[in-house]
Design a protein around this ligand. Structure first.
Ligand SMILES: Cc1cc2nc3c(=O)[nH]c(=O)nc-3n(C[C@H](O)[C@H](O)[C@H](O)COP(=O)(O)O)c2cc1C
Length: 172
């Protein structure tokens, strides 16, 4: 059996990929062998000793590829240590409320067989200039919480580093 850990990510605008790469980098610094892949490119979990899955929240849900990945690899994932993270609130002050974590817990509740050894919410990044349809339309709606919001980046790299560092013992 390989000693490698697989960090799998789903992303629409790249911010979750950057977090996944940072998580992998920290785990490598701690002596682990780590592969990083977008969920769509994963063909097998054979040979991996643990998996980290990261995906952003859009309208309260993980992107579809995260759900597809969990469904497709359920059998293997149920046997492996798995850590998960979600990106979400794009302003640091939004990270405070209990509703933030509830979004991740709600996604996890769809997978009772999944018992993550760690599950964390991180702030996300928002840039209205890069939005594609239908996100651009959604953000333009006056009733949308994104309406008129400036670009922001609430990713706390220190928190991400600390979380990734703590994974070493949890995934062993
Ligand atoms: C249209 C849209 C809807 C979003 N909905 C949510 C949401 O329901 N909850 C949340 O916490 N963050 C939400 N976000 C913030 C994203 O999760 C955040 O921007 C994340 O960093 C995006 O990740 P990505 O760059 O990997 O695609 C939303 C962002 C957009 C553009």
């Amino acid at each position: 059996m390989s000693d490698a850990v697989l960090v799998v990510y789903v992303t629409r605008y790249g911010s979750t990929q950057e977090v996944a790469e940072r998580v992998a980098e920290v785990m490598r610094e701690n002596g682990l062998q780590v592969d990083v892949k977008p969920a769509r490119q994963v063909r097998t979990l054979e040979g991996y000793r643990a998996v980290v899955l990261g995906a952003p929240l859009y309208i309260g849900r993980w992107l579809k590829d995260a759900h597809r990945f969990l469904a497709r690899y359920q059998e293997s994932l149920a046997q492996l240590p798995v850590a998960v993270f979600a990106l979400g609130p794009t302003r640091a002050e939004e990270m405070e409320g209990p509703d933030v974590r509830a979004q991740l817990d709600q996604q996890l509740s769809k997978y009772p067989w999944l018992k993550p050894v760690a599950a964390e919410m991180f702030g996300g990044r928002y840039d209205p200039a890069t939005l594609r349809f239908p996100d651009s339309l959604l953000a333009a709606l006056p009733a949308s919480p994104l309406h008129g919001a400036p670009s922001s980046d609430a990713r706390d790299w220190e928190a991400i580093r600390a979380w990734a560092k703590a994974l070493y013992s949890k995934l062993s």
